[in-house]
Design a protein around this ligand. Structure first.
Ligand code: HEM
Length: 134
């Protein structure tokens, strides 16, 4: 098991619950109707590929190395799909809630703090790249 709390919690979530992606989307759409409307026609394969990138990004410690990818991803999502900043926040909240539920009694304050810090940083990196100030 990894020493990194984000990676370890993802490993535990998969060990306990298997593929958590459907649960993440279920929580995401329950929490954000705008995102549900935007993604309703996006098939499972593409939804899966999108979450693969989200899992990869939350495991990154230094977002300086992701500068080019984040520029492209945020611009593409904003321009092509009209994704709004609050939709990222809902997505990360749904992910954290899913991990928390998958860990059950194994979830603790250290995991909660690590996830808050990592998702806040990633969200900051994303929101500051939007073309309109938010
Ligand atoms: C860090 C967060 C995100 C990452 C890394 C990400 C990544 C991706 C990737 C890689 C794809 C393309 C998948 C493929 O076709 O191979 C995709 C598609 C898409 N994403 Fe995201 N995404 C993120 C957040 C969001 C959010 C918050 C929304 C809002 C609802 C969203 C909406 C969409 C939509 C509508 C598509 C289009 C699929 C299509 O019609 O082809 N994404 N995303």
């Amino acid at each position: 098991m990894s020493d990194d709390l984000i990676i370890r919690s993802l490993e535990l979530a998969v060990a306990n619950a298997g593929d958590i992606t459907p649960a993440v989307y279920k929580k995401y759409f329950a929490r954000c109707q705008d995102s549900k409307a935007l993604m309703i026609h996006v098939d499972e394969l593409v939804r899966g590929k999108m979450m693969d990138e989200v899992y990869r990004l939350v495991m990154v410690e230094d977002y300086g190395e992701e500068d080019g990818y984040l520029n492209w991803e945020v611009d593409n999502h904003e321009m092509a799909y009209s994704v709004k900043p609050h939709m990222y926040e809902s997505l990360f909240s749904a992910l954290i809630e899913t991990i928390c539920e998958s860990l059950g009694d194994e979830w603790n304050a250290d995991y909660a703090a690590a996830w808050k810090q990592r998702s806040d940083r990633l969200r900051h990196e994303i929101v500051r790249r939007f073309s309109e100030a938010v």
